[in-house]
Design a protein around this ligand. Structure first.
Ligand SMILES: Nc1ncnc2c1ncn2[C@@H]1O[C@H](COP(=O)(O)OP(=O)(O)OP(=O)(O)O)[C@@H](O)[C@H]1O
Ligand SMILES: [Mg+2]
Length: 251
C-alpha cells in the first residue's frame, strides 16, 4: 500500500503541497486532476526525492519503508518509477546502455545481452518505434511524443511496482495516444502495479479504467470520486466551486 501522510512540500520557498494525504491499495489506479500549477508534478518529483523539492513535514510509506527518508537510488530499488511530464535529454549515453546498467545494478546475475536486445526490439515494435531508437542518446533530438514513448519503453524494462504517470498523454497525437494507453493497460494487466495517473484529459481514462479520481487544489485533495468526477471536470472545469461539505477524502 502507498500511504502518504500529512505531506507538506515547498519549492523555492513556496509551499505547494500542504498536509497532503493519499492512500492507495496495492494494484489500484488512482487519478489526480487539478488546474495548472497546483502541485501535481511536484507530488511526483518529491516522491522521487528531486532535491529541488523540500519535504517540510510528512511521511510516504511504501513497502513498509518511508520514502521520505530514502535516497533516489534507494527509491528506485523499491521499484518506484516516474514517467516524467517533460522527459529530459541526456547526452553521451543511449537508452539501451542506461537500461542495461540499471538492470545489472539490481541483479546478481549477468545480463543475457541477446535476450535483453530481443526484449528491447519487441518493446520498440509494440510502441511503433524503430529498432535503432534505443541506441540513440537518451531523448536527444527526440520529438515530444517519442520522449513519452521512451519513458514507457523504460518502464517495460525496469518493471516497476509503483508508477507515477505524469501527463503521459500531453504531446501525443491520436494514434500515439492509443498505442501508449494500450501498452500501459497491458502492463497493468500483466504486473498489477500501484499507479498514480496525472492527466487533464478524459481520453486516456477511456483506456485506463481508474479505481478512483481525486481533485488536487490548495495543496491537498479536495474531492474524491469515480470516473464520473473526471467526466464532470471535463465538462465543467475546475472553476465551479466544489461542494466541500460532503467531501470524503480518499474514499
Ligand atoms: N523547480 C521549480 N522552481 C520554481 N517553482 C517551481 C518549481 N517546480 C514547481 N514550481 C512551482 O510550484 C507550483 C506547482 O508546480 P507543478 O509543476 O507541480 O504544477 P502542476 O500541477 O504539475 O501543473 P501542470 O498541470 O501545469 O503540469 C507552480 O507554481 C510552479 O511554478
Ligand atoms: Mg505538471
Amino acid at each position: 500500500m502507498l500511504n502518504i501522510k500529512n505531506l507538506t512540500v515547498s519549492v523555492q520557498e513556496k509551499t505547494v503541497l500542504k498536509d497532503f494525504d493519499l492512500q492507495i491499495v496495492d494494484g489500484e489506479i488512482h487519478v489526480i486532476m487539478g488546474p495548472n500549477g497546483v502541485g501535481k508534478s511536484t507530488l511526483c518529483k518529491v516522491l522521487m526525492k528531486d532535491p529541488l523539492y523540500e519535504i517540510v513535514t510528512g511521511e510516504v510509506w511504501w513497502n513498509e519503508k518511508n520514502l521520505a527518508k530514502l535516497s533516489p537510488t534507494e527509491i528506485a530499488r523499491e521499484k518506484v518509477y516516474l514517467l516524467n511530464q517533460s522527459p529530459m535529454a541526456i547526452e553521451g549515453v543511449s537508452t539501451a546502455e542506461m537500461l542495461r546498467m540499471a538492470l545489472s545494478e539490481n541483479s546478481q546475475d549477468r545480463i543475457d545481452i541477446f535476450a535483453f536486445n530481443k526484449k528491447l526490439e519487441e518493446i520498440c515494435k509494440s510502441l511503433d518505434l524503430p529498432n535503432n531508437f534505443v541506441h540513440r542518446e537518451i531523448n536527444v533530438g527526440m520529438s515530444g511524443g517519442e520522449r513519452k514513448k521512451n519513458e514507457l519503453l523504460q518502464m517495460w524494462v525496469l518493471e516497476p511496482k509503483l508508477i507515477l504517470l505524469d501527463e503521459i498523454d500531453s504531446g501525443l497525437d491520436v494514434d500515439a495516444l492509443k498505442i501508449v494507453a494500450k501498452s500501459f493497460l497491458e502492463y497493468c494487466e500483466k504486473f498489477h502495479p500501484t499507479v498514480i495517473v496525472i492527466t487533464h484529459h478524459q481520453h486516456l481514462l477511456d483506456y485506463i479504467k481508474p479505481d478512483k479520481v481525486h481533485v488536487l487544489q490548495n495543496g491537498k485533495i479536495v474531492q474524491s470520486g469515480d470516473l464520473t468526477l473526471a467526466k464532470r471536470i471535463e465538462n465543467e472545469g475546475f472553476s465551479k466551486p466544489f461542494d466541500i461539505s460532503g467531501i470524503k477524502e480518499n474514499e
